[in-house]
Write a protein that binds this ligand. Structure first.
Ligand code: NAP
Length: 287
């Protein structure tokens, strides 16, 4: 990579940000397509976030991704935002216009649905109820995407009922809220199970859920990606369910930003998957 006066710049804003896979992913695409661009990790504390974004605009950056804990603050800063960001109340992708305006979107829902289509091609969201575990930031994007894809019912199961209530009020649509204790029963007749909780993630307890009631044709999608093979996915594979890990969502959600900043719709290939998965595996091995 050589940097010159024409190099297009983008990056990821977060605190901390060293764990983010976005630089590895976007720089893979930049190299693959021979684009004169660079994508940087941009560690910024919450109290400096607005100032830092305005600085990037002034420095001529094309835009940025935004990760924890800045997604809501990013949305608040936007001059315009698409429906995905408005409904989530959060933006993970910022595009800076030539006149210095900030446009925000939330690409997690797109990433989720594209990864699900790729990982479980026989699944049709309109075919039956989807069970979504969790009601945090990523659940908003997942539920929104499933409603848009025509899911007739979303069974939303969360430990804290008030959070599920807020999500349902914000999104509307065919959401049925269920208590955490009802998770196993909620699987009866479902066409899809998605885990958006922290359970199963490195450093968290595994998700203990009896899958017996879930029809075998229903895909199980765990959006947790460290580790890639969670105990939930292992149990799902053992029962014969199509199993979709969280890496695809991570890769597909990045496409819109790359296209906007660098002018090319990038492909999610096996080579890219291996490149990013190697980093995730190394993180698990570090313990
Ligand atoms: N693959 C991808 O591209 C992608 C994208 C975004 C996120 N993710 C992953 O998705 C996961 C969730 O992220 P997020 O941003 O949505 O987090 P978040 O906003 O903090 O939400 C966390 C959710 O987990 C639930 N939870 C946490 N501990 C629990 C426990 N012990 N028992 C039951 N429920 C528990 C919370 O329930 P309460 O409401 O009761 O606290 C909440 O619903 C993370 O592992 C993240 O890495 C993946």
């Amino acid at each position: 990579m050589s940097i010159d006066g024409e190099t297009r710049l983008a990056g990821v804003l977060g605190w901390p940000v060293a764990h983010s896979r976005s630089p590895r992913l976007h720089n893979f695409w930049l190299e693959r397509y021979g684009i004169n661009g660079a994508y940087l990790p941009l560690p910024v504390r919450a109290e400096h976030f607005a100032e830092a974004v305005r600085g990037l605009v002034r420095l001529g950056f094309a835009g940025a991704n935004v990760t924890v804990p800045h997604k809501e603050a990013a949305y608040a800063l936007c001059d315009s935002a698409d429906e995905s960001a408005r409904k989530a109340g959060a933006a993970n992708t910022l595009v800076f216009t030539p006149t210095g305006e900030i446009h925000g979107s939330n690409t997690d829902g797109f990433g989720f649905i594209e990864a699900l289509r790729a990982g479980a091609p026989a699944y049709d969201p309109a075919k039956g109820p989807a069970v979504v575990l969790g009601a945090g930031g990523s659940a908003r994007a997942v539920v929104q995407a499933l409603i848009a894809a025509g899911a007739p019912e979303i069974r939303l199961v969360n430990r804290t009922p008030e959070r599920a209530e807020r999500l349902a009020a914000a999104l509307g649509g065919p959401i049925r809220r269920l208590a955490w204790e009802e998770a196993a029963r909620a699987l009866a007749g479902a066409a899809l199970l998605v885990n958006t909780t922290l359970l199963g993630m490195k450093g968290q307890p595994p998700l203990a859920l009896d899958l017996a009631a879930l029809p075998r044709s229903a895909p199980v999608n765990d959006i947790v990606y460290v580790p890639l093979e969670t105990p939930l996915l292992r149990a799902a594979r053992a029962r014969g369910h199509p199993a979709v890990d969280g890496l695809g969502m991570l890769l597909h959600q990045a496409r819109a930003g790359f296209r906007a900043w660098f002018g090319r719709d990038p492909e999610v290939t096996d080579a890219l998957r291996r490149h990013v998965a190697a980093d995730l595996i190394a993180e698990m091995e570090r313990g």
